[in-house]
Design a protein around this ligand. Structure first.
Ligand SMILES: NC(=O)c1ccc[n+]([C@@H]2O[C@H](COP(=O)([O-])OP(=O)(O)OC[C@H]3O[C@@H](n4cnc5c(N)ncnc54)[C@H](OP(=O)(O)O)[C@@H]3O)[C@@H](O)[C@H]2O)c1
Length: 280
């Protein structure tokens, strides 16, 4: 029996693949584009499928007992339901789904609703489930790489807003633990080890790169325009309104990574050291 992974070509999914392979688990990655995926995941069995196309899913579930479910965007709940239901039909016994802290911090916001609806689809499908709810990813800072390389500057909104961002490798470690058992029926909210603001992240990055970096605060409107060059308008609104949720919520430091994996979550400095080449 094997584990079917969705999102395996993305940030969290690639880390999940790596850690499952290290643990000796058999994996299969569902992707819309096997040719591209083969360059990213050369040692992994690939299955062509699209979460938006239910007919493409049953063949990807042949011989699968566990599924990691990661989906993105406004049709997230529909995509989650498609795969969770196909998995139930195929006899899958365990679903581990990536959600977001937005599902509990901002359930009325767009992002929170997409995730809460997706979680419901997973819970209702039938197999045992684990929901993994990370806060903001440390890897979002990769968006800053081009302007850091070119001009030594980071332009971002909410410069002083602290959040306990988490390293995708730690999210993956929790996902892997859940796939291997012992967390059925659990909702696992995840954070990194400390709350840090974008301006403070830039200061850490400057130390790691050993060069001066400038932080320039963007207004919400400027941030919206910059982001709209990369992602659909609906997603821009969802992400920016979720990021604007201030206060004690986003700065919470949660014990889950250490409780589940036995290891303290990585700091932003560790993430920056391990990804310094991206910014050079
Ligand atoms: N960034 C954050 O701060 C943050 C915080 C909390 C939660 N999240 C949640 O984390 C998730 C994003 O994770 P990520 O950053 O690791 O993803 P990512 O790097 O954006 O990658 C997206 C993945 O989704 C797959 N995908 C997209 N549409 C698909 C479809 N129709 N059918 C099948 N696969 C599809 C892609 O696979 P192919 O292209 O190979 O098909 C790719 O592997 C989202 O749900 C987001 O809301 C993000």
């Amino acid at each position: 029996m094997t584990i079917l992974l969705t999102g395996a070509t993305g940030t969290v999914g690639r880390a999940v693949v790596r850690q499952l392979l290290e643990a000796g688990e058999p994996v299969r990655a569902l992707t819309r584009d096997p040719a591209r995926a083969a360059t990213l995941l050369p040692d992994v069995e690939l299955a062509a499928g699209d979460l938006g196309d239910p007919d493409s899913l049953p063949s990807t579930l042949d011989g699968v007992d566990r599924v990691f479910l990661l989906s993105v965007g406004p049709r997230k709940a529909e995509h989650d339901a498609n795969l969770a239901q196909a998995a139930a039909k195929a006899g899958v016994t365990r679903l581990v789904a990536l959600s977001s802290l937005a599902a509990e911090e901002a359930p009325d916001g767009l992002l929170g609703r997409w995730h809460a609806d997706g979680e419901r689809a997973v819970r209702d499908a039938g197999p045992a489930w684990t929901i993994v709810r990370p806060g903001g990813f440390m890897s979002n800072a990769s968006e800053w790489a081009p302007s850091v390389r070119q001009a030594g500057v980071v332009r971002a909104p909410f410069g002083d807003l602290r959040a306990s961002i988490v390293d995708p490798r730690d999210i993956a470690a929790v996902v892997v633990a859940a796939l291997r058992g012992g967390h059925d029926g659990a909702v696992l909210p995840l954070s990194g080890p400390a709350a840090i603001s974008p301006a403070e992240q830039v200061a850490v990055l400057a130390e790691v790169l050993d060069r001066p970096l400038r932080f320039e605060e963007l207004s919400l409107e400027q941030a919206r325009t910059a982001m709209a060059r990369r992602v659909p308008a609906e997603v821009v609104d969802a992400v920016l309104s979720a990021r604007a949720v201030a206060g004690p919520f986003r700065a919470r430091v949660l014990p889950t990574v250490e409780d589940v994996t036995g290891r303290a979550p990585r700091s932003f400095r560790q993430w920056a050291e391990d990804h310094a080449d991206t910014f050079r």
